[in-house]
Structures are given as structure tokens and as C-alpha cells.
Design a protein around this ligand. Structure first.
Ligand code: CA
Length: 750
């Protein structure tokens, strides 16, 4: 802790000396505007609850229809309403806008029904607040007797259900047609191994008294809470700063608030300025809410309330209004760029100014590679006027300072860093507690782009340039070859476990930039012949490596030569692999610039993108939503977790990630534009949000990702920019080391 506090002071003093920051601390809870957000000073590190998640089983569903994270079973003559054996989502009756779960059931002798809500466990949603109550809001729509209400049980991690208990006992104030609060002490559940909030993985409702009637109840805000929560008596209403209308959605902004006392902001919309309806809830620290209205050329009014842990609300805020309007293609491109950019700007980890792994996710866990991508997105933000150059200077000053003091391992950074302390977080397991060379290379891609962008002759920009040069010079790329005569770069090194992970990497995949930068290094370069001997190696080891990941011999020699859907693939495993292979290395590095003995990489990337497109049109797995405008198979979140989906039938489960098609703009402008319009206009209601397109969707399972991922938003902003102007490519390629690396590789072609 001491070290960390020292750093905060250093940063504080440094910033004050530059006189570039102003900040406001308002007593116990600090409300502050977007500009102050950047200072990072107000983040309540001592407020540990801020970094914790309540264990929520249901608040709202992005999708209508059957709720993906549920399952239903029944035995006639009992019955419970379901859609594809899932609990229906209801958008008419809800406690928090915009929906709840509907339980419509008939309990009969000799029959049975059961409806279970499963925990949706996504990446980085951990650090749970400990609770001892199962709490939810209940709405009884029918004239149901107390005894006819369901029984409840909880499911523990070992998939064992507790004994059931009757809901009727926990309703002292029994009413129908009104939202009631239910709190059940966890200790009342018998025969369960549950000891902590996060031991619970399911909540089950099941048949009560067999009265033979059709009963209808609604469940909302189903969660585990502590029993000592009190009302916060929220005195101040939110202050809405503006509403911005786009074609079919509105962004509503407020003065951001960081405090665990403020649970939600509840957003209300009106079309006449008089009658307001709740349309959603959000995190007060997020600073904006995206309301997908679906309607162009319409005036909308907004206001909002804070909610505390008890769902007691503040007064209404002021009202803001705006118009939606039809948008041209270039305006749509700008809109996607701006929203994706926001992930790295408004959504940044506040102390370091760097990029979170996912949102929502761990609130202090920086992802190193995604941070490099984010730097390029922030520069796009200056180019397109989303922020001023001066704002970007402040941000990069903070970032460079943070990185100078963060953990380094022979100059390389770890995959995940604690944004509060600069310390490594071994999120992928204990052996991953050292340098990650691929993540480091994505970070350097962003830093070296910034080094060229901040070219003015003043103190602040010189500080950024010089700081970046030092970080770049400090990376010991050749250390990561492990042995002096090695032909490969190794992905990881740990001070505690050395080369235990033992991952030599070869192409073709997302990591070409790693070999290119290692060859380009002015201080610790590897030999240029590792490009062919390592990255493009054709040894039995490299062949087997590719076969293992591709599940096929196709492309195991690095070169491929097969034709897919009429397109010859010169380099690539299988049918080219996930689309991110054509994005990550080439956000900064212009693929036009590199031709090796086998191909030019702009041409090859275009082939991979076109194969992906034509695969989705042919649609061998027959997903009824695939086709023109719905394509792009790549690594993303999915209904069953994060996965590297590929355009081959066995690795295509129906998940489409918008970053696939959108980040391919330079390669497939027409097909990508078509996808952008369909994603926004047809699927925007669930797919479009504060940071652009959510990570992925899968209509076979009626599923959409709750999260945005740091790796997947920036490529959209940056690759659209490269398509529009080549701006980021031009900046990165200005680094003189790149020309030298390309010359070295070229001389090595025999
Ligand atoms: Ca709700």
C-alpha cells in the first residue's frame, strides 16, 4: 500500500506542476464531471464496495423471449409457461426498467413444475460483495393465495439444490398487483453446501400448493445482498448534462458519480415532455446511457433518478432533449468510431487511464494489449474531433507515467495489470505472473503510434515521446528467445516460474507484429532470420503447432495454397482462422507494406476476410440469420464463454461478433458497411450500447453478450479510420525502425 500511495502522490504532484488538471472533491461522495474523471484523483480506492459486484441473478435481459440464463421443466398436468424451455422475459411489468421474468404456472396434483434462473458468469465479474439474504422484487398479478406461491431453493456450485422453502412465509405484507420486497435469509435453506454468495449458481422456483389455477407472478432484481443495507437518503438528484440524438438511438449523459452508495441511475424517456416512462438502469459511474429508440426523426426528452441499495430513489433530475435523425454512411462510420473510442476514454481505468479487460468486468484490471489498441483509438478520437489534442496529451502523460512505474519483466509487461498499483495480476493462472510478449507488442504498437502523433515541440509532448522511446528501448525482445541459438520467440516469462508456460509461437495468427517489433528493436533486436525460421517456420515443430490449433493440416506449412469459396488463400491455417488475425497486428502496421516470399499481407488479409464473408453466406450450419449483413466470425464472448470461432462448420456455433466485419473495413468496405447497417438498424435494440456494438450475439440461443471487450472495440474505431484515411497506418509506419526491419527481412529472402 505504501508504494501505491507514494505513486499517487508522485502523479498528483506531477500533474499539479504541469497545471493541466483541475479537480473537485465534494465531501464524502465525490460527484464530478467528465473532465475531472480524467484526473483519477476522485476514485474512491478506500471504498472497497465500489470494486465489488453484488451477486445478481437477474436485473434486466437484453433479449426479449426466453431468458438464456434460465431453464424450465414440468410434468403434466403441472405446467409453467416457457419459450424454448426458458423463462419468458416480460417488458410490460417490471420493477427496474426495462423488464422482469414472468412465471405463469399451474400447480396440480400428480404434476410438477420448476423454473431455475442460472448465474451468468462472465469474465472478470468477480470480487463479490458477501451477502446473507436472497432478495428480489415480486409482483403477483393474479388473485393467487399465499399458499399457491412457489417454493424456492438455491443451487450450490456442486449443482446440488437445497431443500425447498415456501415463499409465502416471507411476505408479511401480502398484496397483489403491487411490487413487494422479498428477503430470505440464506441460513433458512437447509441441506446446502453454500457458504458464500458466490457459491450459489442457481435460484429455483417450483410448484407450491396444487390449486389447479393459472397463477402469474413476476420476478425482478433477483440477487444476494447483505442484511445490513440501509437507505442512503440520497439528497441530490442526478444532473443530466445533455442528450445526443443519432439515427435510432440517444445518448444521455450525466455528471459521473463514483460511490458505492449510489446503486443505479434510472433513466426515463418521454416523447411529449410530460409523460415519462422508465427505459433502463445503469451504473452511476458510467456517465452515459444509450437508449435505442429505433425511431429516426423524433424528439425525445429524458430525466433520471438515483437509486440506492434499498431501491429508494432521489428526486428527478433536470430534463434534457434531443432529436434523432437519418444518417449518411460517413456519419454512421463516425458514430461507430466515436462509440468504440469511448470504451477507452470514458470507460478507462481511472488511475492509469488505460484499458479494462471488459466492461462490466474487474474495475481495476488493465489489459495490456487492449491498452495499446486503445491508444490508437484515442488518437482517432483527436483526429475525428471527439476530444481535443490537449485532452489526449493529458491522458498519454498519465499513461506513460503509469507504465514507467508498472511491473516489467525484462522490459516486457504482463498481460493484466492492477490499475491502482501497477502490479501484475495473474488472471490466467499462477504461471502467468510475468512478461507477456504478445500483449507487450500490442502495447508497443499503440505507444509507437502515439510517439509519431505527439510531434509538437513543447514540454508535454516531448515528455510523451521520450517516455515512449525509453519504454520501447527497454523491452528485451531477444531475452524472450530463451536460448541464444533459438529460432523462436517465447510468449511468456515469469520471475517465479521462468519458462514454465513454454509457449513458442509461430504464425500465421495475430502475432506478426511481435516478430516485426522484435526485429525492429533499436536495443534488443532478434536476428531478422527469425521471421522465416520462427514466425513462418516450416519445421516439424511448427507444422505440428499449427495442426494442433487449427485441427487440420491445411496451412500447417505457414503457406496454404488451397482455394476456399473461390478465393485462393496463400498464407493461413485452416480457412484463414478467426478474423482478429487480420486486425491486431495491422491496426498500426500497414499490411500493404509487408510482402514476404509468400504473399503481400494486405492481399492475404483481404482473402481471409472474403472467405469469412462467403462462408457466412453459404452458411453450412444453416443459421437462419446469417447472410449479407450478418457475417464476421472471430474470437469473442459467446453463449458458453469466450471462444475463438472460425469460419469452419465445426468451429461456428452461430456466434457473430460485430468486430469481425466492422474491423475488416479496409479489406471488405462494401460488405462491412452492409454489416454495420444491419447490426445497428436490425439488431440495435440489444446489440448497440454505450461503447458501440456489444461483443457478440447468437440468435440460435437468443443470446447477446452483456459485455464489451477491450480487444474488440478499438479495432473498429482504428480500422474504420485506416479505411477512411490510412491515418493510423501512416503514423505507425513513420517510425524509422519499421523501415529497417522490413529491409532486414527482405534481404533474408533467398
Ligand atoms: Ca428489471
Amino acid at each position: 500500500m505504501k508504494h501505491f500511495k507514494d505513486r499517487i502522490w508522485l502523479i498528483l504532484v506531477f500533474i499539479l506542476c504541469l497545471s493541466v488538471m483541475s479537480f473537485v472533491i465534494k465531501g464524502k461522495t465525490s460527484g464530478f464531471s467528465f473532465m475531472n474523471y480524467l484526473s483519477g484523483i476522485n476514485v474512491p480506492f478506500e471504498d472497497t464496495a465500489f470494486f465489488q459486484y453484488p451477486r445478481i441473478f437477474f436485473e434486466n435481459s437484453l433479449m426479449e423471449g426466453g431468458y438464456f440464463y434460465s431453464h424450465v421443466k414440468y410434468k403434466s398436468p403441472g405446467w409453467v409457461e416457457n419459450e424454448n424451455l426458458k423463462i419468458p422475459v416480460d417488458s410490460e411489468i417490471f420493477f427496474t426498467p426495462g423488464n422482469s421474468l414472468k412465471l405463469k404456472y399451474v400447480s396440480r396434483q400428480g404434476g410438477y413444475w420448476d423454473a431455475t434462473i442460472d448465474y451468468n458468469n462472465w469474465r472478470g465479474k468477480d470480487h463479490f460483495e458477501e451477502g446473507n439474504l436472497l432478495a428480489f422484487k415480486l409482483f403477483i398479478r393474479t388473485e393467487t393465495n399465499r399458499e399457491s406461491l412457489p417454493f424456492i431453493s438455491i443451487e450450490s456450485k456442486d449443482s446440488v439444490f437445497s431443500e425447498t422453502i415456501s415463499l409465502r412465509k416471507y411476505l408479511p405484507a401480502y398484496r397483489t398487483g403491487k411490487w413487494l420486497t422479498v428477503s430470505i435469509p440464506l441460513k433458512d435453506f437447509q441441506n446446502t453446501s453454500v457458504r458464500h454468495s458466490d457459491d450459489i449458481i442457481g435460484i429455483s422456483f417450483s410448484q407450491g400448493k396444487a390449486d389447479g389455477n393459472t397463477n402469474e407472478i413476476y420476478i425482478d432484481q433477483l440477487e444476494i445482498t447483505p442484511d445490513d443495507e440501509t437507505t442512503a437518503n440520497l439528497k441530490n438528484a442526478p444532473h443530466l448534462t445533455r442528450a445526443s440524438g443519432y439515427e435510432r438511438h440517444v445518448d444521455v449523459y450525466w455528471d459521473t458519480l463514483y460511490s458505492s452508495q449510489y446503486r443505479y441511475i434510472e433513466i426515463y424517456r418521454s416523447e411529449d415532455g410530460k409523460n415519462f416512462q422508465g427505459v433502463g438502469i445503469s451504473d452511476p459511474s458510467r456517465g452515459l446511457f444509450t437508449d435505442y429508440t429505433g425511431i429516426p426523426n423524433q424528439k425525445f426528452y429524458y430525466r433520471a433518478k438515483w437509486l440506492d441499495d434499498k431501491y429508494d430513489s432521489s428526486e428527478f433530475s433536470n430534463t434534457v432533449d434531443t432529436l434523432t435523425h437519418l444518417m449518411s454512411d460517413s456519419a454512421l462510420l463516425r458514430m461507430v468510431q466515436e462509440a468504440s473510442f469511448r470504451y477507452y476514454w470514458n470507460g478507462a481505468e481511472p488511475n492509469s487511464g488505460m484499458t479494462l479487460e471488459d466492461i462490466p468486468g474487474r474495475k481495476h484490471m488493465i489489459a495490456t494489449g487492449a491498452s495499446g489498441f486503445g491508444m490508437m483509438a484515442v488518437i482517432v478520437g483527436v483526429k475525428r474531433g471527439f476530444i481535443s489534442r490537449q485532452q489526449a496529451v493529458k491522458r498519454f502523460t498519465r499513461i506513460v507515467h503509469f507504465l514507467q512505474n508498472a511491473d516489467k519483466f525484462h522490459g516486457a509487461f504482463s498481460h493484466f495489470i492492477d490499475g491502482r498499483t501497477g502490479k501484475v495480476i495473474p488472471f490466467f493462472g499462477k504461471y502467468d505472473d510475468g512478461g507477456d510478449l504478445v500483449e507487450t507488442s500490442f502495447l508497443m504498437e499503440g505507444l509507437l503510434t502515439a510517439r509519431q502523433f505527439f510531434d509538437r515541440n513543447n514540454y508535454a509532448e516531448k515528455f510523451i515521446r521520450d517516455g515512449i522511446t525509453q519504454l520501447w528501448k527497454d523491452v528485451e525482445w531477444n531475452w524472450y528467445t530463451r536460448f541464444p541459438d533459438s529460432n523462436y520467440l517465447y510468449w511468456h516469462w515469469s520471475p517465479d516460474y521462468a519458462w514454465h508456460i513454454n509457449h513458442r509461437f509461430v504464425g500465421f495468427n495475430e502475432a506478426m507484429i511481435t516478430y516485426l517489433l522484435a526485429i525492429a528493436s533499436p536495443t534488443y533486436a532478434i536476428k531478422p532470420d527469425l521471421y522465416y525460421k520462427g514466425w513462418a517456420s516450416q519445421t516439424p515443430y511448427a507444422q505440428q503447432y499449427r495442426i494442433n490449433w487449427g485441427g487440420t493440416k491445411s496451412g500447417s506449412m505457414y503457406t496454404n495454397g488451397q482455394t476456399f469459396y473461390g478465393i485462393k488463400l496463400k498464407v493461413g491455417v485452416s480457412s484463414g482462422g478467426p478474423l482478429f488475425f487480420t486486425h491486431y497486428s495491422y491496426m498500426g502496421f500497414d499490411p500493404h507494406a509487408i510482402s514476404d516470399a509468400y504473399t503481400n499481407y494486405f492481399e492475404n488479409n483481404r482473402s481471409i476476410a472474403l472467405i469469412n464473408y462467403r462462408y457466412c453466406l453459404e452458411n453450412p450450419n444453416r443459421f437462419d440469420y446469417y447472410g449479407k449483413g450478418v457475417w464476421g466470425i472471430t474470437a469473442s464472448d459467446g453463449p458458453f464463454g469466450y471462444n475463438a470461432h472460425e469460419p469452419v462448420a465445426a468451429r461456428d456455433d452461430g456466434t457473430i461478433a460485430p468486430t469481425g466485419a466492422i474491423s475488416s473495413f479496409p479489406y471488405t468496405p462494401e460488405q462491412s458497411m452492409e454489416a454495420l447497417k444491419v447490426f445497428y438498424r436490425r439488431y440495435g435494440k440489444f446489440l448497440w450500447g454505450e461503447y458501440g456494438f456489444r461483443d457478440a450475439f447468437n440468435l440460435k440461443y437468443n443470446w447477446c453478450a452483456q459485455i464489451y471487450m477491450g480487444l474488440n472495440q478499438a479495432p473498429q474505431a482504428v480500422m474504420i479510420e485506416n479505411y477512411r484515411s490510412g491515418f493510423i497506418w501512416d503514423l505507425f509506419m513513420k517510425n524509422p525502425e519499421m523501415k529497417k526491419a522490413l529491409d532486414d527481412i527482405r534481404q533474408d529472402v533467398h
